[in-house]
Design a protein around this ligand. Structure first.
Ligand SMILES: NC(=O)c1ccc[n+]([C@@H]2O[C@H](COP(=O)([O-])OP(=O)(O)OC[C@H]3O[C@@H](n4cnc5c(N)ncnc54)[C@H](OP(=O)(O)O)[C@@H]3O)[C@@H](O)[C@H]2O)c1
Length: 332
């Protein structure tokens, strides 16, 4: 174990709670120590997503069982995305060395330094700044796996993305387009232009139009926001189409919307449509796939705003208020 030698500025959280202003503070704490199989990253930028709130709030409760701490947060803060420079590597780490520019997923990344597992890091795309690279990891991995693995999008497939204006959705539009899909994005009126600008072929404003009006059917539906009933989603799906439930926010403290996902999984074997859900896998291989898409100009993060480290709570509040178009970045 490498001892932490100096202090650093970091966001600190001692208790779970739903209001970022109440539970997050900025403080001077010890730089983390790393194990033999870990990397210490000097964080240049990080980002906020819906998962940040769930980890901060400890809600729905099952997230606490998923390793984030049963009664109080296990990690010093809920940051996970990061882009930065390798500061040190543990004795058994082979793929990275001090000075490497990386992006990926670490622990407590709202800080000057964060621990990370090497199998959740990749070399930073050369054509992205650290701020841009920090916007990518969790949201884009989720979008990639939804489009490629679960939606199995191919050239000519009609793809409906419900929740196209958010963190996952803005990546999903571009990735589905790069796989040759004909993409329809669903979002609120204020974000229609942003969704079209990212390459969506058609955009539906959910406040005035119903995507399940019977006029159009889609081969693949990525359900990222809005918690539509299963019957509603299935009405918009072709008879052998694929529904991929990515997420959707509810107030449920225990189930948090996963009851809808369980129902989809239970029903799927008995109908022609494939109804599924998944938890995104965080891995270097897929970060490299994203890097390839970014390097080739087919994928770029849509960044709404950047905040300084001291304003992480304000960034989370902005997201909770539903203002975000794409991603919110935190510069460290
Ligand atoms: N399965 C996984 O492994 C995984 C991984 C990452 C995230 N997620 C989940 O995926 C969801 C989205 O995450 P995110 O980071 O993309 O969140 P986000 O940036 O806050 O985006 C939320 C999206 O939902 C849309 N939305 C809200 N109300 C809607 C409605 N009534 N109808 C249609 N769309 C609506 C929003 O559109 P407007 O703003 O235009 O209203 C926005 O596009 C969250 O529930 C998150 O927990 C799951």
């Amino acid at each position: 174990m490498t001892a932490g030698r100096k202090t650093m500025t970091a966001i600190v959280q001692d208790e779970y709670g739903p209001a970022p202003e109440d539970v997050l503070r900025i403080d001077e704490i010890d730089t983390p120590a790393i194990e033999a199989d870990e990397v210490l990253v000097r964080v240049h930028a990080t980002s906020v997503d819906r998962g940040t709130w769930h980890v901060m709030a400890g809600l729905p409760y099952p997230i606490r069982l998923a390793g984030f701490g049963l009664w109080r947060p296990k990690y010093r803060n809920p940051g996970r995305n990061l882009a930065g420079t390798v500061e040190a590597v543990g004795s058994s780490v082979t793929g990275f060395k001090p000075g490497d520019a990386v992006f990926g997923i670490g622990e407590a990344s709202f800080a000057e330094y964060a621990r990370a597992r090497p199998d959740r890091l990749a070399p930073k795309p050369a054509n992205l700044s650290f701020d841009q690279a920090a916007a990518v990891p969790i949201s884009a991995l989720t979008a990639l796996q939804a489009v490629r693995d679960h939606g199995q999008v191919q050239a000519g497939r009609r793809v409906l993305i419900v929740g196209a204006s958010g963190g996952v959705g803005t990546f999903a539009i571009q990735i589905a387009k790069s796989f040759g899909g004909e993409v329809t994005g669903v979002c609120s009126a204020a974000k229609v232009d942003a969704v079209r600008a990212l390459g969506a072929d058609h955009v539906i404003d959910y406040s005035s139009d119903d995507f399940a009006d019977g006029e159009h059917r889609y081969d693949v539906i990525l359900d990222i926001g809005g918690n539509r009933r299963l019957a509603h989603l299935r009405r918009a799906l072709t008879p052998r189409g694929r529904l991929v439930i990515v997420g959707g926010e509810t107030d449920g403290r225990w189930l948090g919307g996963v009851d809808r996902q369980f129902r989809a999984l239970l029903l799927s074997p008995f109908v022609g449509q494939k109804l599924g859900t998944f938890v995104a896998s965080e891995n270097t291989e897929d970060l490299m796939v994203l890097r390839g898409l970014i390097d080739s100009g087919r994928l770029a993060p849509a960044i709404d705003r950047s905040y300084p480290l001291s304003e992480v709570a304000a960034a989370i509040r902005y997201m909770l208020d539903g203002h975000t178009r794409g991603k919110l970045v935190v510069t460290v």
